[in-house]
Design a binder for this molecule. Structure first.
Ligand code: 3HC
Ligand code: NAI
Length: 697
């Protein structure tokens, strides 16, 4: 193993090269190496300056996140930063790649900073449920002023080198290798007689109304604490001497380190990276994808085509009629229009995507050369089978055939072709060019390289891809159906849809289930209720009050009325009093006397239903690991990231208490609340869902 920090001398310059691949994370060896390196340079006769840079793809990308939650070991990162700044030698950092978190804090503790034009920097700790904890909240505002520092710290966004220079975060931008531009800069500084310069010695920044900034930040982050703590830390930079400000930053940092939110967000960070790694695909090469086809250019087909075009893939879109094909083009243009307006897409690029890269057709013969097809026609098995029969007829051998079905049996679709090994589900979420989640449905006969091709396509489109097995609704929609049913039961028993939505948005969900139903269209649930009615178990409790609203043509946002009433041009609605009347009438008809629900009970029941179904999904192998469920809910269903996902939440709550809840609810409704065998097993063995994640590697 090479040393974490390599020491080298060039003339009167000492060079500290970080070499801890892949991202030069600042683990214990790196911290020790930096302190030792500075001390060695100071003791090295004739050394006047020190250059710090990173080997490989980046400067330091931050503290080593894998150390969080363990006992911190000295030297601590803030002390390393202060040690660097206190050196009598001139210390220069040369940045490339991503200088993030503790990485940027090391740079801010250097006396001068230079970066290559492509370098990106920032303090992303809020995304880990933390604040910068190595003097960043104290040094950054001294350079940028308070408002900009708060914006950078609370958003955690990455800043390009040019902007960083304009904000005063770095001194110089230069093309070249970090070592070369760094050495040239150090030489310039030495030649011009530049002096050591310490950010901590700059005057404290001007204060603002911190209480107002704190409240505004807390509101914006929907219950996530870390951004608001960032405001308090910057306040300390204004109000306290530097060393005391650093101590206050450390106190806030350590407080956040002890929270469930920090655990949830770090779980999300690692799960996001683990979810696409499947041991069975190790060494399996995906098939090459150079051109794709999309069948059906409605809401989903147009979104999928947009996503593929943006990923640089030419798309042939097949519709039933030329008019429907033109309507699909309009939808795609609409999808790209926002980016065009915001200047994120040039007119030239827009034209190239919508005209050159996109081909519209009504003939299957135009599909004979494509490498992969995604079907997004109406959700009817008969229609899908006809489409797949046509694809089977025209597509070249080896072409991957995918369905975007939400619920239908992909095994049955595959069986309608002569090449079931080439068939899989690619379940996108609406709007498909925006939503990050992609469920990759591994059907009974899907070949490993076809599954690998699905993951490769997902990666190319910038999606979070999650493998799912075949069942009604796969991972996400199957679990959704269960917790939505739990909510419906609570409505029959006395809660209002509005109280439920409010309790869940307060919990951190982007939207409550009834606002979501209005957005998706109430006609979808209505059609499902009608479809399932003949086979329904008599013990199932299914409310019918919304059927009446649907019969009158009210389908939610798209018709202006549903659970909520939507004024033209407004996305948020106000409660629809008709719904309340319909609910009351149904309760009376069923002889139910409504009772009060606390917000806490609403959340416990809703989450218990979600966790219980999720445990069944994992137990049955529909999801490989608990973390797969967590990522589906985070990226497709607005689950608050700071809670990590439903199964991480369950672990943090304690599984025995959750199982007790489920058993107590089962005393009222034994049919609905059947405990998941996996949950019972974990409780019996004293294990957690995370133990299963770890066991899966
Ligand atoms: N600590 C430990 N491991 C890290 C890490 C870190 N800070 N950053 C990345 N890694 C690991 C990843 O888990 C991944 O491991 P794997 O190959 O086993 O899955 C590997 O490094 C490569 O990472 P990515 O796949 O994410 O590579 P990308 O090139 O896509 O992205 C990146 C690189 C932009 C640096 C991205 O990894 C990233 O955002 N990392 C986190 C940066 C961060 O949050 N830094 C702040 C840390 S907190 C802190 O510094 C506290 C301080 O203020 C006290
Ligand atoms: P849609 O009704 O908006 O679009 C369907 C399109 O398919 C229409 O433009 C129609 O003209 C076309 N079409 C129908 N039969 C065809 C055929 N035989 N050949 C060519 N084109 C044909 O429907 P939407 O919402 O886009 O759904 C499509 C599929 O995606 C369904 O399977 C649905 O379950 C699934 N899905 C829908 C989601 C949503 O939120 N709307 C989310 C995820 C999946």
């Amino acid at each position: 193993m090479p040393e974490a920090i390599a020491y080298e001398r060039q003339g009167d310059i000492a060079i500290l090269k970080a070499q801890n691949p892949p991202v030069n994370a600042l683990g214990l060896d790196m911290r020790k190496g930096l302190v030792d390196g500075i001390a060695r340079a100071e003791a090295d006769d004739g050394v006047k300056a020190v250059l710090i840079y990173g080997d490989g793809r980046t400067y330091f990308a931050g503290a080593d996140i894998r150390e969080f939650g363990k006992t911190p070991q000295e030297p601590y990162l803030p002390d390393v930063c202060n040690r660097i700044e206190a050196s009598p030698l001139i210390v220069v950092s040369a940045m490339h790649g991503t200088a993030l978190g503790g990485g940027l804090e090391i740079a801010l503790s250097s006396h001068y900073r230079i970066a290559v034009p492509s370098a990106r920097m920032g303090l992303p700790e809020v995304h880990l449920g933390l604040i910068p904890g190595a003097t960043g909240t104290q040094r950054l505002p001294r350079l940028t002023g308070v408002e900009k520092a708060i914006e950078v710290i609370t958003s955690g966004r990455q800043i390009g080198a040019k902007e960083a220079q304009s904000l005063g975060i770095i001194d110089r931008v230069a093309e070249g290798e970090p070592r070369e531009i760094g050495l040239a800069y150090v030489q310039d500084l030495l030649d011009s007689g530049a002096e050591r310069r310490a950010v901590s010695e700059l005057p404290a920044p001007q204060p603002i109304d911190f209480d107002a900034a704190y409240e505004a930040t807390l509101k914006k982050s929907r219950g996530q604490l870390s951004p608001a703590y960032g405001v308090r830390a910057v306040q300390a930079a204004c109000e306290l001497p530097f060393a005391e400000g650093v101590a206050e930053e450390r106190r806030l940092f350590m407080e956040l380190m002890g929270t469930d939110q920090r655990q949830g967000m770090i779980h999300a960070f690692f799960s996001e990276r683990a979810v696409g790694k499947l041991p069975e695909l190790d060494g399996v090469d995906p098939r090459p994808i150079n051109a794709i086809a999309v069948i059906g250019g409605g809401t989903m087909g147009a979104g999928i085509a947009t996503s593929a075009l943006l990923a640089g893939l030419p798309v042939v879109l097949l519709e039933m009629t030329p008019e429907a094909a033109e309507a699909a083009r309009k939808r795609i243009e609409g999808n790209l229009g926002g980016a065009l307006k915001r200047g994120k897409l040039s007119q030239e690029k827009f034209d190239a995507l919508t005209q050159t890269a996109l081909t519209l057709t009504t003939s299957y013969d135009d599909l004979k050369d494509v490498d992969l097809v995604i079907e997004a026609v109406f959700e009817e098995m008969g229609v899908k089978k006809k489409v797949f029969a046509e694809l089977d007829r025209v597509c070249k051998p080896g072409a991957v055939l995918a369905s975007n079905t939400s619920y239908l049996d992909v095994d049955e679709i595959a069986a309608s072709t002569t090449r079931p090994g080439d068939v899989l589900g690619l379940h996108f979420f609406s709007p498909a060019h925006v939503m990050k989640l992609l469920e990759i449905v591994d059907a009974d006969k899907t070949a490993p390289e076809v599954l690998a091709t699905g993951f490769a396509l997902g990666k190319r489109m910038g999606k979070i891809s999650v493998r799912a097995g075949v069942c009604d609704g796969f991972i996400g929609n199957r679990i959704l159906k269960t917790y939505r049913t739990a909510a419906d039961h609570m409505v029959l028993d006395g809660a209002s849809p509005y109280q439920i939505d409010k309790a869940l948005t307060d919990f951190g969900f982007a939207m409550g289930p009834y606002a979501v139903a209005d957005l998706a269209g109430l006609d979808i649930g209505w059609a499902t209720r009608k479809r399932l009615a003949p086979t329904r178990d008599p013990r199932e409790r299914v409310p019918s009050y919304m059927d009446k609203l649907c019969e009158d043509g009210h389908f939610g946002q798209k018709t202006g009325k549903g659970y909520y009433i939507y004024e033209a041009g407004k996305r948020a609605g106000v409660p629809n009093p008709e719904v309340t009347k319909l609910i009351e009438a149904e309760r009376a008809e069923l002889g139910l006397s409504p009772r009060d629900f606390t917000d806490d009970e609403i959340i416990r029941r809703y989450m218990a239903a979600m966790v219980n179904e999720a445990a069944k999904v994992v137990g049955e192998g529909i999801a490989r690991r608990p973390l797969d469920v967590d990522m589906v809910k985070l990226f497709g269903y607005g689950f608050p990231r700071y809670r990590g996902g439903p199964l991480k939440w369950a672990d943090l709550q304690g599984l025995p208490a959750l199982l007790d809840d489920i058993k107590s609810y089962a005393r009222e409704d034994e049919y609905f609340w059947q405990p998941a065998p996996l949950l019972e097993q974990l409780v019996a063995e004293g294990k957690t869902f995370d133990d299963l994640n770890k066991a899966a590697g």
